[in-house]
Design a protein around this ligand. Structure first.
Ligand code: FES
Length: 104
């Protein structure tokens, strides 16, 4: 099983904002919902739109290209996205946000 690896300083991950980081081969968006860190693949499952450029509405991120919505905790998608958004396990430890990604 892969381990949690450093993704960002905790203070850089803010409610209502998306921070994009590269962890290994993964492009990951980080934000907070009610203070808790959420980590998701920062690439839309519809046509690879950059989700970090979209808006957070409630607990969802809205893709800026064609408007698909993804739940930030579950990855559940709406039309036109054909598949859920990959969600990563994330923890906060010693002022760092760490995520678990395959192959790291
Ligand atoms: S690229 Fe995201 S909805 Fe089309």
């Amino acid at each position: 099983m892969s381990e949690f690896v450093f993704a960002a300083k905790a203070e850089a991950v803010k409610e209502g904002e998306i921070l994009t980081v590269e962890v290994g081969e993964h492009t990951i968006g980080l934000t907070r919902l009610n203070g808790q860190v959420c980590a998701f693949r920062d690439i839309c499952t519809h046509d690879d739109g950059p989700l970090a450029e979209g808006a957070i509405e409630g607990e969802e991120i809205v893709c800026p290209r064609h408007g698909a919505r993804f739940h930030l905790r579950t990855g559940k998608a709406t039309f036109p996205a054909p598949a859920p958004l990959p969600i990563y396990e994330a923890i906060e430890q010693n002022g760092e946000v760490r995520v678990r990604v395959e192959g790291s």
